[in-house]
Design a protein around this ligand. Sequence first.
Ligand SMILES: C[S@@+](CC[C@H](N)C(=O)[O-])C[C@H]1O[C@@H](n2cnc3c(N)ncnc32)[C@H](O)[C@@H]1O
Length: 271
Amino acid sequence: MAFTITDAPTKEELESYSAEQLRAYYALKASNNDTLSVHSIPPTVDGVRRRTVDKYGELIAYMSIEDYQGILQGFLIGLVGARRILEIGTFIGTSAIYFANALKRNGVKGGVDGTGHKPIISLDINEEFAEIARQNFVEAGVDDYIEVIVGDANKTLASLSDLTFDLCFIDADKESYRNYYETMVNNYMIAKDGLFIFDNTSFDKVLTFADTPVPVAPDAKPLDVSLGGFEITKEVAISLHEFNEHIRKDPRIEVVMLPLYTGITLVRFMH
Ligand SMILES: C[S@@+](CC[C@H](N)C(=O)[O-])C[C@H]1O[C@@H](n2cnc3c(N)ncnc32)[C@H](O)[C@@H]1O
């Protein structure tokens, strides 16, 4: 069942919902709570999404994080007191807009600093997406906070190895997650107690390939956010599974996977 924010179910309707439907309903509510978090949703995000659906269709538009995830990630930025952020996978800029607004709330100023960079560096391989993102940043009033570098992030990352980030959001090609992680950790590109956020780490198919128990409640399910029938290949699932197992055994970090959406892995780097 798809809910909209204007739904106000009666007590009888609520009682008729399955646990999964209730979870989906409250995920949406939590993303749009007028009194709690509406100031956390950047006002331009809806327009960014609508234009993306018009141009590319619903399926590809789902690549952007949803409001709830944006609010959660903004909250984490506040929690770690992040001042410099690296994003791998810009797409049309939704997550970066959330990040920029969270930095603003943290009192971080925009513009190029002594390193020659803006507070958020976002990497994408696709020039067309990057250009749309840049326009969206201007519209959202955050272009002072975000620079997009176009190219294969596996290469771009190596050229940024002198920089240190407080938070890194990894949301691009899943086969490269391990390389992104190793490059950043081995070059101390993530600050002490800095945070990695890896998206999509528990796609259903990844769980199929897991050979060790997944540390979530037995009845836990990803929230019903309807991925529009999007399927990942077996190769991607195996890469993600290998990545999950790799970091679980790394003594340099603390790791927790949130069973939200298609899995969000938080990694605290302690060096
Ligand atoms: C899921 S989307 C990112 C969504 C964005 N973080 C958001 O939530 O709004 C993934 C992006 O990664 C980019 N990408 C894929 N492979 C890449 C690579 N090797 N290097 C850099 N970007 C890549 C794609 O072009 C796509 O725009």
